[in-house]
Design a protein around this ligand. Structure first.
Ligand SMILES: Nc1ncnc2c1ncn2[C@@H]1O[C@H](COP(=O)(O)OP(=O)(O)OP(=O)(O)O)[C@@H](O)[C@H]1O
Length: 255
């Protein structure tokens, strides 16, 4: 029986190398890294400072041009897109969330959410629905400095969702939040993957964040050392899995 072609994975990083600097200051931020992420999967990327986590996320978002290898988003090779096409592709397919929220201070929460909308159709209604879903209805006319950190991050994710992207990439999204707001935010990411089938990648150094993922990918020196599934929402199990991955990397280095 003939099967139709399966959809390509949402994110594929194939043998990607990224270098920064020149000559003696040259840094190999990513070193022939391979990573494939399935549709609807929630992946946490962990690793020591400088291991290449943010660079990998930026590469997947097409924010950083690679020096070798290939990055495919929903099957599309990002290197084949010119700057304009890449900007539109990113806007339509990927929602980005950063640690410092990156909201426009002079705009209300509601206007921040509407700002990147690619399409005006039912925009007011879509914005209201998103603000309601994220528990921001009461706060929508406030500017960012009148909102708590957790509320600001929820505005940032509402803005990231305005074009209904299939993929959400988040770099240390809970880094500026207290632990309660951080856990609420993780729960939201979990819903976006479980209920909506969106693909989520989160860079974090916190086991209490990574425990919400389906899988943890551990980076060291720009390489993907290993990955392990998260079976229960147990931060200690994640911390142990992470430590085991680092120990294994250390053994391989000296063997
Ligand atoms: N724009 C840049 N110019 C020069 N070097 C860079 C640049 N961006 C990253 N690097 C270097 O590349 C390496 C990987 O950096 P990256 O920010 O991806 O690591 P990270 O794992 O996200 O670290 P952290 O947890 O501290 O944020 C580091 O050695 C870093 O100094």
């Amino acid at each position: 029986m003939n099967h139709p072609n399966p959809s390509p994975p949402p994110l594929e990083v194939k043998s990607v190398t990224k270098l920064f600097g020149k000559n003696e200051t040259r840094v190999r931020a990513l070193d022939q890294i391979d990573l494939t992420i399935k549709q609807g999967e929630f992946v946490a990327i962990m690793g020591a400072s400088g291991s290449g986590k943010s660079t990998l996320l930026h590469v997947m978002a097409g924010l950083t041009v690679v020096d070798g290898g290939e990055v495919r988003v929903e099957g599309k090779d990002l290197a084949t897109l010119n700057d304009t096409a890449l900007t539109f592709f990113r806007r339509d397919r990927i929602g980005l969330v950063f640690q410092n929220f990156n909201l426009i201070p002079v705009l209300s929460a509601r206007d921040n959410v509407k700002l990147p909308a690619a399409d005006d159709t039912n925009l007011d209604q879509r914005t209201t629905e998103l603000l309601t879903r994220l528990g921001l209805s009461e706060r929508q006319h406030h500017k960012p400095d009148g909102l708590s950190g957790g509320e600001q991050q929820r505005v940032a994710i509402a803005r990231a969702l305005i074009n209904d992207p299939a993929i959400i990439l988040a770099d240390e999204p809970t880094g500026s939040l207290d632990s309660v707001a951080g856990q609420d935010f993780c729960q939201l990411l979990n819903e976006l993957s479980q209920d909506d089938g969106r693909t989520i990648v989160v860079v974090t150094h916190e086991p209490t964040v990574a425990m919400w993922a389906d899988r943890v990918v551990v980076l060291q020196d720009g390489k993907s050392m290993s990955s392990f599934p998260v079976e229960k929402r147990d931060p200690q199990a994640v911390a142990l899995g992470y430590q085991n991955a680092l120990n294994l990397a250390q053994e391989l280095r000296f063997s």
